[in-house]
Design a protein around this ligand. Sequence first.
Ligand SMILES: *[C@@H]1O[C@H](CO)[C@@H](O)[C@H](O)[C@H]1NC(C)=O
Ligand SMILES: *[C@@H]1O[C@H](CO)[C@@H](O)[C@H](O)[C@H]1NC(C)=O
Ligand SMILES: *[C@@H]1O[C@H](CO)[C@@H](O)[C@H](O)[C@H]1NC(C)=O
Ligand SMILES: *[C@@H]1O[C@H](CO)[C@@H](O)[C@H](O)[C@H]1NC(C)=O
Ligand SMILES: *[C@H]1O[C@@H](CO)[C@H](O)[C@@H](O)[C@@H]1NC(C)=O
Length: 576
Amino acid sequence: MGIIQNRLTIFLVVLFSLSVILINNGVEGFHEIYPHLQSVSAISVSDQHRTAYHFQPPRNWINDPNGPMYYNGYYHLFYQYNPNGSVWGNIVWAHSVSKDLVNWKALEHAIYPSKPFDKFGCWSGSTTVVPGKGPVILYTGITDDKNTQVQCYAVPEDPSDPLLVKWVKPDDINPIVIADKGVNGSAFRDPTTAWWSKDGHWRMLVGSRKKHKGIAYLYKSKDFIKWVKAKHPIHSKSSTGMWECPDFFPVALEGKEALDTGVIGNNVKHVLKNSLDMTRFEYYTLGTYFPNMDKYVPDNTSEDGWGGLRYDYGNFYASKSFFDPSKNRRILWGWANESDSKEDDVNKGWAGIQAIPRTIWLDPSKRQLLQWPIEELNSLRGKEVKMNNQKLNKGDYVEVKGVTAPQADVEATFSFSSLDKAEAFDPSWVNAQDLCAQKGSKLQGGVGPFGLLTLASQDLEEFTPVFFRIFKAANKHVVLMCSDATSSSIKSNLYKPSFAGFLDVDLTTSKIPLRSLIDHSVVESFGAGGKTNILSRVYPALAVGDQAHLFVFNNGTEPITVENLQAWSMGKADIK
Ligand SMILES: *[C@@H]1O[C@H](CO)[C@@H](O)[C@H](O)[C@H]1NC(C)=O
Ligand SMILES: *[C@@H]1O[C@H](CO)[C@@H](O)[C@H](O)[C@H]1NC(C)=O
Ligand SMILES: *[C@@H]1O[C@H](CO)[C@@H](O)[C@H](O)[C@H]1NC(C)=O
Ligand SMILES: *[C@@H]1O[C@H](CO)[C@@H](O)[C@H](O)[C@H]1NC(C)=O
Ligand SMILES: *[C@H]1O[C@@H](CO)[C@H](O)[C@@H](O)[C@@H]1NC(C)=O
């Protein structure tokens, strides 16, 4: 793709600013469209905030991860990609392969609009490895300019090609599913990986809505080609709006070993995740799948709807998991969008990254999932520095020296000797993000705020703190985890949310571990071994390159000890 010097760009950027005001009047999700920017090639690609070890192609816009799988020795990642610009538009399924989920090689686009059933778009979907047949992609095709959505089918042209470069979309069977009378055909997308059941049927889900009710329709097929809608959706929930990118899979009750998508039985629970287009956040429930009734029922300990659990309390959307038979694990991919403006995206020539793939399994409490960066990421760990038994009194912050602060992996355990000084918890504080906005790192507390100051300038004009704050409620303690972008950059015109989640952690050990993956414009953090996770996108102007620093800090009355901190300078992944 040529890098075109184009005066028109400047004009378009100005025009764009006006049109955002006109177009972006509270419509749902990313279907905010910027037609005049969709095919504006990058003037140049700016490296300043590009990531070193998160997945991103050399340029242009990306969104949802699609159809991730492991097949014949390779990991495949497809993703929604605009080959011609750095805002959403012209979407194709880009395709990359990897042996280790860290280093990637781009292949030609796997799927792009070419047929009557996908002429106006090739949107998200999944792969299923069908025994005797090989991998099959199910994806959403857009058939017309009225946004009519149908489900389509694609298979490798040559199943013996180890890289599965070319994909075909048979005319005689596509589309495989169209919306019937009861289904809203312009809110009908993102088929899941299908699973096989003993009754001889494949099953898969498609996300939808009916008025304000979010819906996951269930479809069944004997041959993977002719699909019939089940009598009722597998699950739905009032006032949650459109369910995008549903994901449905079993988790083992005990241990970290994962299960293939079709496994059922007494030793499993199921997870249903949906991406809520209304707010662009996801939530999941844990529950029971009743295959004979084609029903999924969330546990009574797993809140269904707006108060539900989230994989990530930050920039993380349209996620999709897959079973990796080579290591018996389930891996979660999620898209992290930018927090800068469309003008910034056009200027820097790229937008969107994929979060670090995470292994997911059931927490021993059985009330939530745990997530941890894939072990292969450790191959990029370089020089290591340590900090042991570092005491932090109120107001202290101490630098972690000797590590490349903007490109690092940090694991630390923070401990305290007493919870007596914990601030009182007001039961009306139900929204963690609001609470973090109200009680940031600068507001001193009792036990906490304590944690890391990432991407910090020397004198803290800029910093992104990742921290904990412990409160005392009537008969328990409440732990808040924040990743607060408020002071992340002296630049204005950025989205700087105080992302936060509550952390269901056992405090009897008087310790809370934290891991943060810092990568120039990303701070991706895992609290208490992956119970609560937050990805923030930030764009420091001062804390860049060797002007970026990493500190530990405490701003609570209770002294904190940093035990066993390890920080690694991270290498650069080879992503072509
Ligand atoms: C995208 O760019 C390619 C060549 O760079 C061109 O062939 C194609 O027509 C463009 N597509 C759109 C939708 O602009
Ligand atoms: C059908 O979906 C479209 C797109 O989300 C929406 O605008 C419309 O209101 C929906 N209709 C109903 C009845 O839900
Ligand atoms: C929740 O469900 C469990 C069984 O799964 C049951 O034993 C328990 O009584 C239920 N609790 C409530 C509050 O309904
Ligand atoms: C700690 O609190 C003091 C007093 O409110 C504030 O000036 C300082 O910025 C805080 N430190 C951090 C890292 O937020
Ligand atoms: C990412 O960008 C921010 C700032 O523009 C929006 O507020 C989010 O809604 C958006 N997230 C997604 C998933 O599109």
